[in-house]
Design a protein around this ligand. Structure first.
Ligand code: SAM
Length: 327
């Protein structure tokens, strides 16, 4: 049995209080179910779709940068940082990108161990990988990896479904952006997926004034805000429930424009931002990503979606983005 992340017997570096503790405990306690049991999930269509969106993002924005990496040797390509790597759900995608080296980091130590095990057990993952546990929104990356691992800069930094946890405070958001950009080479890309602030705030503001319960959602997801009036730029908290995935975990609104402006301070220039429905629309007929959708079981051979209406609606909570670090 793993200790809870606020257990006083843990060393201070591994102890997390408040909302961060809730996040760490949640992700550490979610089982790694494996491929077969995964197919039994009631929201497997949505999970497959999210994976397809990440594959599209990686293929469109990371592959070209990886293949021109000064770090490339022979057929293997460049170096990637996966921040908030979780249980290593993107390891196969990095393997397909033929990367040379991966550094993967997450605050949830149990997930990091599972990600390492996944990398070790996957035949055909020929890239070097180093895994570490770190609160990437409060501590510098140099605390997780020895200097030699950080000499060669990254070509790509990826943050999938995890950046919003940094928007609790401006300090955390800045620490996160420091970690993203400090070792990213000029011309390198930063890709990610986060909840869509326009959607979240529109839904919140549409709740009738006489209703006490500030929640919205459908059969598969619920978002619950605490306050109708206070809408701070940082620390605008809600709890998120997603069937068979996330159990009422605290998250924070990432106001897109504030984030984009802050990213510009770190020499990040926006090259792509689309909500998940748009990603679907613009790639469904693509000769590469259309057939990939069938292989990843997002749709069947007849083009029939594996998501019901509720899952399709939940999919569009998110936006995908890509920035380039200016030369
Ligand atoms: N990126 C993975 C994926 O797409 O499968 C995991 C996504 S999971 C929804 C969110 C991850 O963010 C969790 O693994 C969680 O532990 C991580 N996370 C949250 N706060 C973090 C922090 N302060 N530092 C590093 N990772 C964090």
């Amino acid at each position: 049995k793993r200790a809870a992340s606020n257990d006083p017997e843990l060393p201070p570096s591994k102890r997390h209080a408040g909302d961060v503790g809730l996040v760490v405990n949640h992700y550490n306690s979610r089982p790694d179910v494996g491929v077969v049991q995964r197919q039994e999930s009631p929201i497997i269509g949505l999970k497959n779709f999210n994976n397809w969106v990440k594959s599209v993002l990686i293929t469109r924005f990371a592959h070209p940068v990886l293949s021109t990496s000064p770090y490339s040797q022979g057929r293997a390509k460049g170096k990637v940082l996966d921040m908030g790597c979780g249980k290593g759900g993107d390891i196969t995608k990095w393997s397909k990108a033929r990367i040379r080296e991966l550094l993967a980091v997450d605050i949830a130590g149990v997930s990091v161990d599972q990600a390492r095990d996944r990398w070790l057990s996957q035949k055909g993952t020929k890239f070097e990988a180093t895994f570490a546990t770190l609160d990437c929104y409060s501590e510098p990356l140099s605390r997780a990896f020895p200097p030699a691992k950080l000499v060669q800069p990254f070509d790509v930094v990826s943050m999938q479904f995890c950046m919003h946890y940094a928007f609790e405070t401006v300090q955390k958001a800045r620490c996160m952006l420091d970690n993203v950009t400090k070792y990213l080479r000029p011309g390198g890309v930063f890709i990610g997926t986060i909840p869509n602030s326009d959607f979240l705030l529109e839904q919140l503001n549409n709740i009738p004034p006489d209703r006490q319960d500030l929640s919205f959602g459908n059969d598969v997801y619920t978002i619950q805000f605490e306050d109708r009036e206070k809408q701070p730029v940082f620390g605008h908290k809600y709890t998120f429930f997603l069937q068979d995935a996330v159990e009422n975990v605290p998250e924070y609104v990432v106001r897109w424009e504030s984030f984009r402006r802050m990213a510009a301070d770190y020499k990040l220039e926006l090259i792509y931002k689309k909500d998940f429905h748009e990603v679907f629309m613009e790639n469904q007929e693509d000769p590469e990503f259309g057939p990939l959708m069938v292989r990843m079981k997002v749709v069947d051979a007849n083009g029939e979606s594996s998501m019901d209406e509720a899952q399709w609606e939940a999919a569009n909570i998110y936006v995908a983005f890509a920035f380039r670090k200016v030369e």
